[in-house]
Design a protein around this ligand. Structure first.
Ligand code: ZN
Length: 56
């Protein structure tokens, strides 16, 4: 996913802001890493460039 998408993403559980930790990136795309919600601390993985933002 593009890094720009971060601006429009929010936590699906509480709608809080997400911070991202990037493990692997290519040409402004996040390939692997995870999001952490600043509000409720839930973590969401990014695998193969696809963010998994499903509430647990
Ligand atoms: Zn949250």
């Amino acid at each position: 996913m593009k890094k720009d998408m971060l601006d429009i993403l929010c936590c699906p559980t509480c709608k809080g802001d997400l911070k991202v930790d990037i493990k692997k990136e290519e040409n402004d795309e996040i390939i692997e890493g995870y999001f952490t919600c600043k509000k409720c601390n839930t973590k969401y993985p990014v695998e193969d460039g696809i963010p998994n933002l499903l509430p647990k």
